[in-house]
Design a protein around this ligand. Sequence first.
Ligand SMILES: [Zn+2]
Length: 144
Amino acid sequence: MTKSIDIEKLLQRVESLEKRVEKLDPTSKRQLPSKEKQIKNIKDEIEIWSKKFPSIDVEFELIKMLDWLKANNKRKKDYKAFFRNWLRKSSNSIEQSVEDVLKYVYGCTKPSKNCTNNESDYKDMYIFCEKCKAQKTIVKTIKN
Ligand SMILES: [Zn+2]
């Protein structure tokens, strides 16, 4: 048995346990920690989230989600649940759009003025930015 299967099983187990907890003790009736604490918990589990959603940049999505909440002046009771849905939506939109995508544009998460984008036909390229010393991620897709 390989390690990745173990993780997959573990995640499934965690998820089913969470569902059982939700049934016994629904979020709506539960007292959840402060927003700051919840976000910190999510950050502490970033690696687990990345394994769960391998096609997306989970750390970047968290920043995007926090920006979105701020921009729309929204507060959530359960940030973890909201983040999970957020990741599901963005991973679905990546997978659904694969068929009509012609090219993927890779760019930096926090580009400086010397950063450039690269186009590729493939969605799993490893393109490194020397300026940022970081891996570029898909920032845009070019469609039919
Ligand atoms: Zn860069």
